[in-house]
Design a protein around this ligand. Structure first.
Ligand SMILES: [Ca+2]
Ligand SMILES: [Ca+2]
Ligand SMILES: [Ca+2]
Length: 343
């Protein structure tokens, strides 16, 4: 890339940044393409376009696997790069919504993306559909810089460029609810699902389904040596209820539920570990609760740290009335019905 700031002034965007000038001064606001979210309350939403940018990056050729692509996906589309400051012990979500074109999104720990520094990539959905990077973590005590790339599987003019909206959301890493001293509290009442975002990395392995004689399938009664968090879920009304935990990255969730919070010897009410890495686990047909009863849900993994499949972020949905929330169906989700996702 030349040392010039390329001619995207009409778009209000700076499409190229000099490696020698890196990093520029952190500022609030999207046009700089360099975001310090602490200046904007942890959230920033930017309008952008990749039309007029160069095709500078193609990490798919180098082995940066974009989830949904299945194999390394080439990204010959024009690309725009953002840099985001990540303070110590924070998580970042990035959501990009293209206007009628096929957007791919990836994150790297360096300004030039390669397979070695690729953190997460996604090309899960299709023309006009949003793509999301979830729980990009800085689990260290020093500030980090993460680079986010908007790109496309297609080249211009075939749906490879267009305008988009991109949102950056930053929050502190989860530290509560590691054990029974202070479980994370949720109350379900009425028919509206209750949701929570969580993160198990940096938690300690306090619980194992094996210690509770919880009947996790595949293989029966297996242990859960992964780091774990515990929720105290109060069910305000009697009636059918369900729990679902969906990992935000490709780790392998295991769940178990009891009526009291103890590290071992708890009375197991239900357990779920039917699926492999990256897949939701669901508890349906739970015993009808007595109104006002509190249950303890352990979000855990059958994989031990430091395996990539041992921990990560997740979305918890707890609801009365049974059933599970509607999900968007992606190709990777469909493929997962036929094979274990490759890692
Ligand atoms: Ca724990
Ligand atoms: Ca555990
Ligand atoms: Ca699982």
């Amino acid at each position: 890339m030349s040392g010039l700031r390329l001619g995207a002034a009409a778009l209000g965007l700076v499409m190229a940044l000099l490696p020698g000038a890196w990093p520029p001064e952190a500022r609030a606001g999207c046009p700089e393409l360099f975001l310090d979210l602490s200046l904007t309350g942890g959230v920033e939403t930017c309008a952008g376009t990749n039309c007029g940018a160069g095709n500078s990056y193609n990490p798919g050729f180098q082995g940066c696997v974009l989830a949904g692509g299945g194999v390394p996906v080439a990204t010959p589309g024009q690309d725009v790069r953002y840099a985001v400051l990540l303070p110590p012990f924070t998580l970042l979500d990035v959501i990009a919504r293209p206007a009628g074109w096929d957007l791919a999104l990836y994150a790297a720990s360096d300004s030039i993306p390669t397979a070695a520094n690729c953190v997460q990539g996604v090309d899960e959905f299709f023309v006009g559909d949003e793509e999301t990077l979830r729980d990009l973590a800085n689990a260290t005590a020093s500030t980090d810089t993460l680079f986010i790339f908007v790109d496309s599987y297609f080249a211009t003019p075939n749906q490879g460029c267009g305008s988009y909206e991109i949102q950056f959301r930053q929050r502190p890493l989860e530290t509560a609810g590691d054990d029974c001293t202070a479980p994370l509290a949720l109350t379900i009442a009425g028919q509206s699902p209750v949701t929570a975002e969580g993160y198990t990395c940096l938690a300690v392995d306090d619980f194992s389904a094996g210690d509770w004689s919880c009947p996790l399938p595949f293989p029966p009664g297996h242990a859960t040596p992964g780091p774990d968090r515990v929720y105290a879920i109060t069910v305000a009304e009697a009636g059918p209820w369900s729990l679902q935990v969906t990992p935000t990255t490709g780790w392998d969730v295991a769940l178990f539920l009891a009526g009291s919070c103890v590290t071992s010897g708890g009375t197991c009410i239900a357990a779920a570990d039917w699926w492999g890495a990256g897949q939701s686990e669901v508890m349906l047909s739970l015993p009808n609760p007595v109104a006002g009863t509190t249950y303890y849900l352990i979000v855990d993994s059958a994989e031990a740290a430091p395996s990539d499949e041992s921990c990560g972020g997740f979305d918890l949905v707890a609801r009365l009335g049974g059933g599970t929330p509607a999900e968007r169906v992606s190709w990777s989700r469909l493929r997962s019905l036929y094979r274990t996702p490759a890692r």
